[in-house]
Design a protein around this ligand. Structure first.
Ligand SMILES: [Zn+2]
Length: 200
């Protein structure tokens, strides 16, 4: 329960530039009552001092477009206070379920809704983790492919460097080239003579 909004706290909120309509309904009510106590003349001529209509807080319900309902809360004129935190079209006039059957139905409905919410949350979490896993897998596969290609290109480059090396053609150079060529062809299943790259 937040502290009551008396004259001091109200003044501080005003100094801080807080819009009282952004406060929770109970605090909006405190704010409005304090404001009314200060602004209104004392009760006179048998007419009780009432909270002015324009200071009544707004309905807490969400509209279908996701914004807050703009109507005033349902008002108990006899006691000069809000009956509820919602307007007359959003259940502010309702006194809630009274019969055992009605109370049971509401409890049942609340249970079902809570269960559905928990299920949806669990499903969303599962979905997110599956997506993250798939993404990590795809990234790992791409990295492995890039690594394999780089290794292949390095092996071929080594063979090419050998072939173009300025050392005189000799049985030694030929043997070196043969070793590297066989290594590349065995490991990557290609033929360096036809220059066919199976990956292309
Ligand atoms: Zn409303």
């Amino acid at each position: 329960m937040p502290p009551k909004i008396g004259p001091k706290r109200m003044q501080r909120l005003i100094d801080e530039g807080v819009d009282p309509r952004t406060l929770p309904t109970e605090q909006q009510l405190d704010f409005a009552r304090t404001m009314a106590r200060i602004l209104l003349p004392p009760a006179s001529e048998g007419r009780p001092r009432r909270l002015p209509r324009h200071l009544r807080p707004r309905c807490m319900a969400r509209r279908r477009d996701g914004r807050r309902c703009q109507a005033k809360v349902a008002w108990d004129t006899a006691q000069d206070r809000a009956r509820n935190t919602t307007c007359r079209v959003h259940g502010g006039l309702s006194t809630g379920p009274r019969t055992p059957e009605g109370r049971r139905r509401i409890a049942e409905s609340n249970r079902r809704r809570a269960q559905a919410r928990r299920q949806a949350q669990a499903q969303a979490a599962e979905h997110a983790s599956a997506q993250a896993q798939a993404l990590a897998q795809a990234q790992a596969q791409a990295a492995a492919r890039a690594e394999a290609l780089a290794a292949y290109q390095a092996a071929v480059a080594k063979y090419e460097a050998l072939r173009q090396h300025p050392m005189p053609d000799s049985r030694f150079k030929a043997a070196l080239m043969e070793v590297q060529k066989r290594e590349v062809e065995r490991r990557y299943q290609v033929c360096l003579d036809c220059g066919v790259d199976p990956r292309a």
